[in-house]
Design a protein around this ligand. Sequence first.
Ligand code: UD1
Length: 417
Amino acid sequence: MDRLLIEGGNKLNGKVNISGFKNAALPIISASLLAADKCTIENIPSIRDVYILMDIMKGMGAEVKYNNGTMDIDTSKINTHKAPYELAKKLRASYYLMGGTIGRFKTCEITYPGGCDIGTRPIDQHIKGFEALGCSVEIQHGVIKCVASELLGTNIYLDVVSVGATINIMLASVLAKGRTVIENAAKEPHIVDTANFLNAMGADVRGAGTDVIKINGVEKLHGCTYSVIPDQIEAGTYMIATAATGGDVIINNVIPKHLESITAKLKEMGVEVVEYDDSIKVAVKSPLKNINIKTLPYPGFPTDLQQPITALLSMVSGTSIVTESIFEGRFKYVDELKRMGAKIKVEGRTSIIDGVNRLSGAKVSATDLRAGASFVIAGLMADGVTEVEDVYHIDRGYERIEQKFIGLGAKIKRISE
Ligand code: UD1
């Protein structure tokens, strides 16, 4: 398994290009199933999760070509509603194949989703939505089976704001009869991006980006060409890493509006952040101030950046308090940061961070995707060498992470075994 060796102490400087958004690309690739036609999807990040989903789609009969960020996918020959068990198990986002196959075939059979170990991660709201549309749902031996004789539009109120459930219900309802209304819907940029892709295929989805989404069922969808939005979490990670090293970096190919919560928090810390049309500059000109953060659904501070920003705060003088309101298990990585010298106390869903003057390089294991990003940032700040193990977690969601950081002046080496 690959490891990263990071020699800390170098300020990041220069320019970095942000890739397409993982969390939009995965539902969009899954949604292409609904057209039974050819789609060309641009700005797809070259990351492990995309390759796993591509293999799943091929396993189901799709023809897929992926080159230089562009995926040509022909789903016309898919004739199964079953996703290959072993592959689907590896990928949390394989749950989008439920919405995709239900929409297309009115039936699905898929393993209970895997993914990062950051909490219990139920899918009851997805199932509630499928049932409301007319599916009967059974879970047996770790496999979810849904069958409907007819999909009928209806009103669905989500009990919790869920990104996955909102998208999955959109996918399952675009070809249903009549109108589906999702209330208390999530508003993340990838929900809007998926809705835009569905509309480009001929669907009638309105209100994505607000908490009420209305879907008027259509008879048929068709192929299209579409480009995925930039990855706000990758961009946020480079913004935080720049602040952490006292650097000065221009982050290109971003939508600054999607980064407002991160920009606001970095500015509160005293970091200079300048927004341009599709890039953002982050520079440190004075010592940073401690802050408090609570993760929230969009447009609040994203839970996916909780771990990276905690690494930064671990070296900011004073006490910072971080409250995790989305995933209760998202503090497991803190023990690894403590091994590097961080002073962090976790109480329930809150971590209390007492900033230290120095972190020291240590061997740490990337327990999940964003924990891995947090250790890379900690390694960039630390004295000596940090060895990050289990890099495959990081490769699930960050394209060429070490090369992008090396381009900014970091000293990182990948050891492949
Ligand atoms: C997605 C993202 C993940 C991000 C998260 C929150 C993908 C592939 N993953 O995950 O990176 O951290 O959004 O922005 O896009 N919940 C329920 N029942 C459900 C569904 C969710 O109780 O049926 C709860 C979850 O336990 C969690 C909260 O709702 O506490 C939000 O989860 P959700 O938005 O669904 O996250 P994911 O779609 O799993």
